[in-house]
Design a protein around this ligand. Structure first.
Ligand SMILES: Cc1ncc(COP(=O)(O)O)c(C=O)c1O
Length: 403
């Protein structure tokens, strides 16, 4: 079981209070989680003791090289990757995906088809649109009225011209966990690249890219207790075949060839500490085992709170919960609409009670549009993270039941 007090004590921001003395409640995790003290301290320590550019002969530069290598190593373990050379680092997921798309435009041919879904965050839709410049077709998979992917439509849209599928693992708008395994089975032994957006999945479930058998996977550490950075996993050797935009003077090999300019070394140090934080919540005789175990306890804790939130909101007359219940695997992100008030108004009322929540489409614009929720300003989204408590959920439900 998760030792919640021990966890909460590590997050300085959880003690923020408003002028009435109400403690802050962070339910904005899907937009970015809070950060433990060890992560914050490591960033400050980087600037005190290790600040330099990479590949120099002097000590701070050597230390920076070690930090960068160590992060790649730990992210590769975190994602179950073959080795650290599969891990590229970037400013965020969106930037990495754009760079990848600009590289793949040279790899694919006119008439080829890339399949994306209407449930996805724009970061896994917009970058692929640039392929249309070369006559590569972007094929969009529909969603059902409830927001879930229409898998019949998905299967119909895969054909001999399909060269890549780019899909999300979990919806940041309604919390669905998508059936990516099914799609992978459908394309087994076909020459189709398989890219997964794990940004909303990675904070809640452990990932094993070798088991997933994907070609690319992207995630962002600011969604799992770290600083604002993105990561790209590429299958060994694959990135070497792609002509990414890069300087002739930089390292031309994987994983560096998609990384342009100087990276945020201090944030990289922080991201490593965020992974250490997650692994510290689990038991096991290796870093990987600890991470897998940590996700079991994080998952149980988050699911219990999210289920309580979901069922309590479902009982309120003025509220309609959007998104699936907990009978299937889903993330602990609960979205809803109010019968009389816009999502933005709800967030303003919650903010007065020192409860942080987001409203709108969260860049999953197509999905919110297709569910017919754009005109009313989208949904209010409450996301559970490992530091949230039953008391916080109780207080949030009490506030919402009075609105
Ligand atoms: C599912 C999903 N994909 C992609 C992104 C974009 O991530 P980044 O901010 O790292 O570009 C987000 C951000 O909210 C997201 O939730």
């Amino acid at each position: 079981m998760l030792n919640l007090d021990k966890i909460r004590n590590q997050f300085p921001s959880l003690s923020i209070k408003n002028n009435r003395g109400d403690k802050i409640i962070f339910l904005d995790g899907p937009g970015g989680t809070q950060v433990p003290k060890a992560v914050i301290d490591s960033i400050s320590d980087y600037y005190k003791f290790s600040n330099a550019n990479t590949h120099g002969e002097f000590e701070t530069s050597n230390k920076t090289d070690i930090i960068m290598d160590s992060l790649r190593e730990k992210i590769s373990i975190f994602l179950g990757a073959e080795n650290k050379d599969c891990i590229s680092i970037g400013h965020n997921m969106t930037t990495l995906n754009f760079s990848l798309a600009r590289g793949l435009i040279k790899y694919f041919n006119e008439g080829d088809e890339v399949v994306i879904t209407d449930l996805d965050h724009e970061a896994n839709r917009g970058p692929w649109m640039i392929l249309e410049e070369k006559g590569i077709k972007i094929i969009r998979v529909n969603i059902l009225k409830n927001g879930e992917i229409d898998y019949d439509d998905f299967v119909k849209k895969i054909n001999k011209k399909t060269v890549m599928i780019a899909m999300g693992m979990s919806s940041n708008a309604i919390g669905t966990v998508n059936n990516f395994q099914f799609i992978k089975e459908i394309i087994e032994n076909k020459n189709i690249l398989f890219l997964l957006d794990a940004v909303h999945y990675a904070p809640h479930f452990s990932i094993n890219v070798t088991e997933l058998n994907c070609d690319f996977l992207l995630c962002s550490s600011y969604k799992f207790y770290g600083p604002h950075l993105g990561f790209l996993y590429s299958r060994p050797g694959l990135l070497d075949k792609i002509e990414t935009d890069r300087l002739t003077v930089q390292d031309q090999n994987s994983p560096y060839k998609i990384e342009t300019g100087t990276l945020n070394h201090a944030a990289c140090r922080g991201a490593e500490k965020a992974l250490d934080f997650i692994s510290s919540l689990g038991n096991g005789n290796s870093y990987r085992k600890k991470i897998e175990d940590a996700y079991k306890v994080i998952g149980e804790h988050e699911k219990a709170l999210a289920k309580k939130l979901y069922s309590s909101l479902n009982k309120l007359e003025n509220i309609d919960v959007v998104g699936p219940d907990f009978s299937d695997k889903r993330s602990p992100t609960v979205s809803f609409i109010h019968k009389n008030l816009s999502a933005n108004k709800i967030c303003k009322l919650l903010a007065k009670e020192n409860i942080c929540a987001w409203d709108g489409h969260f860049y999953a614009k197509k999905a919110i549009e297709k569910m017919g929720l754009s005109e009313i300003g989208g949904v209010t989204r409450l996301g559970i993270s490992c530091y949230n408590s039953a008391d916080e959920i109780g207080r949030t439900i009490r506030v919402l039941s009075k609105i």
